[in-house]
Ligand binder design. Structure first.
Ligand code: NAD
Ligand code: ZN
Length: 380
């Protein structure tokens, strides 16, 4: 690992120079935080599929060189002008979407789609001056979704930082800054299953298993896991999934299989695959009269959702959600508290750990589909 020279702000991020090429650990200058910005020291970060999608840059705008990373935990090092609710030493989780607390969305109880800080995957600069805070010999290195956590230090808009309980272990709760909260919130905040109800979860990756965890917390009595990859089933048992369906094992649509298993359909379903067929099945497998389906997966840009309007007339509800409907600053601290009071189990999502110098191993694991979350320790 290279030396860190904090005094002159020469630090050590992992730079993605080109699409699909291994990240390189370099000395990069991280400029001080400007108006409404905070510079944080990242202690732990983890790899999520979204980092891999934008690193591969297939079907996305390639923005390079860039510092990826958005699931992380850190400590505030310094704050810029106008920042009043954070100070050096505070423990924070950076979030890829934000909460300005002033726009119509932030003021609405129903929305978390902040006008100012909503995710923007094409922007590689800070909002304040449209410039990057990262540079090598004066050449800018771009930011990623406002977080860029594959760096010992990063600069984030204050609206994208959740201040959390300083007693919470950052090496565990860092995973709550993206995928786990997304799946959990999709169930608890949007699908809202009743105690004793049935819930189908499509896709048993980290997001889907977090949705299953939400169903377990809500007291669902039957949790049906649907995945094309049977290897996921053993792991899913730890998350309270009680029954499994592999659509490949049947020669009829999976929604019919589920309707036969559960007397006409499930009470709730949560789709976490990103595949349009699974989205349609997730909707069509809920019970008429009261069933609610929630879409979480990000579809292909040309995907079209096709179903008979009769399915809606028969009193099924279709919803979608972004970051589990959580507002990052107002709600994520309480998700951390759910972990602290042992209501939510986070450890079972963490299957691997690597030192920062071996960050590319975390990419290899994800590309092979091994495990759920790999924690990257910055101090090692
Ligand atoms: P993952 O790749 O680890 O898991 C997806 C699982 O779905 C895999 O196990 C795969 O085998 C399964 N699958 C694929 N097609 C299927 C099908 N037709 N039927 C049944 N199972 C199928 O992904 P992840 O990290 O858990 O993320 C899941 C989705 O959630 C992705 O689309 C991701 O982009 C999205 N996401 C959305 C938000 C949001 O705010 N809405 C936030 C984070 C991630
Ligand atoms: Zn806002």
């Amino acid at each position: 690992m290279l030396q860190t020279r904090i005094g002159s702000r020469w630090l050590v991020p992992a730079v993605a120079w080109e699409a699909g090429k291994p990240l390189v650990i370099e000395e990069v200058e991280v400029a001080p935080p400007q108006k409404m910005e905070v510079r944080i020291k990242i202690l732990f970060t983890s790899l999520c599929h979204t980092d891999v999608y934008f690193w591969e840059a297939k079907g996305q705008n390639p923005v390079f060189p860039r510092i990826l990373g958005h699931e992380a935990g850190g400590v505030v090092e310094s704050v810029g002008e106008g920042v009043t609710d954070l100070q050096p030493g505070d423990h924070v989780l950076p979030v890829f979407t934000g909460e300005c607390k002033e726009c119509a969305h932030c003021k609405s109880e129903e929305s978390n789609m902040c006008d100012l800080l909503r995710i923007n995957t094409d922007r590689g600069v800070m909002l304040h001056d449209q410039k990057s805070r990262f540079s090598i010999n004066g050449k800018p290195i771009f930011h990623f979704v406002g977080t860029s956590t594959f760096s010992e230090y990063t600069v984030v808009h204050v609206g994208c930082l959740a201040k959390i309980n300083p007693l919470a272990p950052l090496d565990k709760v860092c995973v709550l800054s993206c995928g786990i909260s997304t799946g959990l919130g999709a169930t608890l905040n949007v699908a809202k299953p009743k105690k004793g109800s049935s819930v189908a979860v499509f896709g048993l990756g980290a997001v889907g298993l977090a949705a299953a965890e939400g169903a377990r917390i809500a007291g669902a009595s039957r949790i049906i896991g649907v995945d094309l990859n049977a290897n996921r089933f053993e792991l899913a048992k730890k998350f309270g999934v009680t029954e499994f369906v592999n659509p490949k094992d049947y020669n009829k649509p999976v929604q019919e299989v589920i309707a036969e298993m559960i007397n006409g359909g499930v009470d709730r379903s949560v789709e976490c695959t990103g595949h349009i067929d699974a989205m349609i099945s997730a909707f069509e497998c809920v019970h008429d009269g009261w069933g609610v389906a929630v879409l979480v997966g990000v579809p292909h840009k040309d995907a079209v959702f096709k179903t008979s309007p009769m399915n809606l007339l028969n009193e099924r509800t279709l919803k979608g959600t972004f970051f589990g409907n959580y507002k990052p600053r107002s709600d994520i601290p309480s998700v951390v508290e759910k972990y602290m009071n042992k209501e939510l189990e986070v450890e079972k999502f963490i299957t691997h750990e690597v030192p920062f110098s071996e960050i590319n191993k975390a990419f290899d694991l994800m590309l092979k589909g091994e495990g759920l979350r790999c924690i990257i320790r910055m101090d090692a």
